[in-house]
Write a protein that binds this ligand. Structure first.
Ligand SMILES: [Fe+2]
Length: 275
């Protein structure tokens, strides 16, 4: 039985039903759905950490996150947890995981272990759609720009997310020393499509511009990047594995479930330098 792929919007996202992660044909179809839709939610799984890792290794090398607390006995799996009494969620503003790395992660694989009955969705925005909606003049100007990305201000000593550092969800702030320069418009390594590649969490300024000069245009791009018609939402339930492409999307955790616990396991797969 082949997998069933149901698009969530015409622009971005698909649900995947009937997948057997041990079946090579299904894995090939899942990879194609991932390229076609940028984020896929594989439903109705029951994955142990070993099975999650085995599936992830079929996509590439695993990038061990420096800042998230690992799952006990599984250093390659990051815990993404919000307890019922915690106020902030990790990643609750629009961003791209790992854009501060020289070769940013290809994809994140987030598996839902425990979810609120309702709420705690993740929103995704197609950065190819965002690029295509720009004027020709803006496309041309951005096509000549590069931008710097950094982990220092988000995970470092001047960290933005104080609660998550204080309660141990995030750590290793002394390792937040990555700075990377990427084109503002990248050609996606798998689809060949052009995608806007700046994000509000990690981009600091355009190369050759001051931060003050960069900020107004960056703010305008951030507002544009998440326009409603570029987006979809994934609703989680235990047993959902979502795989999203960090080069094609931005995403945001929707923090609307105070009083409820949400536990996810994340594996990140290595990517390639962007051009
Ligand atoms: Fe994220």
């Amino acid at each position: 039985m082949a997998i069933e792929v149901r698009p969530i919007t015409p622009t971005v996202g698909a649900d995947v039903y009937g997948a057997d992660l041990n079946n090579e044909n299904d894995i090939q179809d899942i990879k194609q759905a991932f390229v076609d839709h940028s984020v896929i939610a594989i439903r109705d799984l029951n994955l142990s950490p070993e099975e999650h890792l085995k599936f992830a290794r079929k996509w590439g090398d695993i990038n061990v996150n420096r800042f998230f607390k690992p799952v006990d006995n599984y250093p390659e799996i990051a815990t993404v947890l919000k307890e019922a009494d915690q106020v902030t969620a990790i990643g609750e503003t629009w961003h791209t995981d790992h854009s501060y790395d020289l070769a940013p992660a290809m994809c994140s694989m987030l598996y839902a272990v425990e979810t609120p009955a309702v709420g705690g969705d993740t929103a995704f925005a197609s950065q190819h759609a965002a690029y295509m909606a720009l004027s020709d003049g803006m496309k041309k100007m951005l096509g000549n720009l590069k931008a710097w990305h950094s982990s220092r201000h988000a995970f470092g000593v001047n960290l933005a997310d104080e609660e998550a550092h204080a309660d141990g969800r995030l750590g290793n702030e002394e390792k937040a020393k990555q700075d990377a320069l990427h084109p503002v418009v990248i050609t996606h390594p798998l689809s060949g499509k052009k995608c806007l590649y700046v994000n509000g969490d990690f981009t600091t300024h355009f190369d050759g511009w001051t931060k003050e000069e960069s900020q107004p245009l960056l703010n305008q791009l951030y507002a544009h990047c998440s326009r409603a018609d570029f987006t979809c939402r994934i609703r989680w339930e235990p047993g959902t594995l979502a795989i999203w492409d960090n080069r094609a999307l931005q995403h945001m955790a929707i923090n609307d479930y105070s009083g409820h616990r949400r536990l996810m396991h994340r594996i990140t797969i290595e990517g390639v330098p962007l051009s």
